[in-house]
Design a binder for this molecule. Sequence first.
Ligand SMILES: *Cc1c(COP(=O)(O)O)cnc(C)c1O
Length: 443
Amino acid sequence: MEEHKRAQLLHKDRQYVWHPFTQMKDYENQDHLLIEKAEGIHLYGADGRTYMDTVSSWWVNVHGHGHPRIKQAIQEQMERMDHVMFSGLTHEPAIVLAEKLVERTPEGLTRVFYSDNGSTAVEVALKMSYQYWQHQGHKTKHKFIYLQGSYHGDTLGAVSVGGVDLYHAIFKPLLFSAYQAPSPAISGMEQSLEAIEDLMKRHQSEIAGIVIEPLIQAAGGMHIYGADFLTRLRALCNTYEIHLIADEVATGFGRTGKMFACEYAGMTPDLICLSKGLTAGVMPLSATLCTEEIYQSFYDDYETLKTFFHGHSFTGNPLACAVGIESLNIFEDDNLLGHVQEVSAYMQQQFRRFADLEHVDHIRGLGMVAALNLVKDKDRQEAYDPVKRAGYQIYKQGLEEGLILRPLGDTIYYWLPLCTTKEQVDTIIARTSSVIEKVTAKL
Ligand SMILES: *Cc1c(COP(=O)(O)O)cnc(C)c1O
């Protein structure tokens, strides 16, 4: 791109655009990175430089950018039909995708409700769970349990079950009340399960469901815990008749090494929330799947007023559904999960090398996700002073080295596109080493 056009666009960006999760003042004297083109795991800047997308464009991308089969699926669908409403009407892409999702998700999830982003997928699950209990005559079940450090989206219902104070505390007066339980990843599995059981026992008549991110509490800081927790939580939910809502918006579609993280525990939640990788990270779409039992509690004569009154303008968008179908086809045709098994094993092994660095601690990972914490003093477990903004320094140095790294606080992580190759892993690791060494030397 010509330099004057780039400068002009960035000027207008500052003038008109408010970016998400961004202190816009950071860009007063510095440019946002203007991306012109994306292909495979590479982003091409208007500055003529190339960047490796180690965070899958906010955890959504699956097959790399600009995949030819995805492009073709959009084009072919666009020729036939762009968008129609999804109430009173239906269409082939949404039907075919729903069948595939029922087939691919854990056994026992039989019905698919579409919306258009991860937060709304969670809102839908919360509302379905609550309304189910209303239909069952349990009129007082209107509360939810969530975990410390959890993130389920930014709409108010999703924030109400969010456990990250930095994002959520200021909105407290706007939220419905919910019970927070300790996280298995932060406080340990036994302590977490004990507290959850205690809450369930004491408030069984009030609690509709518990909402969790299976295996990886992502936005809260890439906290990872074991599959045993899921198995035992499933048992508790059965005992106390409480819905288990699995928010697989981030973990779904192969990111953890299996299609869905719940599979590690052979566990079926009552509701599952999907988005991000659902359309390979290309179109906004989400789905909430539920059990037949939940679905049947809504299924009655209209006069009984058991209809689920919820929907969005872009519910079941045909272009997005067509992409979702093609993405699942690519999973099968390319044996993508086989590729992920191989590359992720290699990546996790290479990632452990960072343990030798002086300011790196708490290395962890699962599938195509890996994370570490930057610390001022490893032995004394001392964090950097937050005003140093170590994570932000990493982001900026990453750009210098041709990497998109977007740390969460002082947690540096990879959330790699599933198509990443071993050679690309080598390059990413080498560049990250250099980024960490340069930044920690300066701090
Ligand atoms: C990203 C995310 C969401 C919210 O999805 P949006 O599409 O950003 O609204 C919900 N849950 C989890 C676990 C997520 O990572």
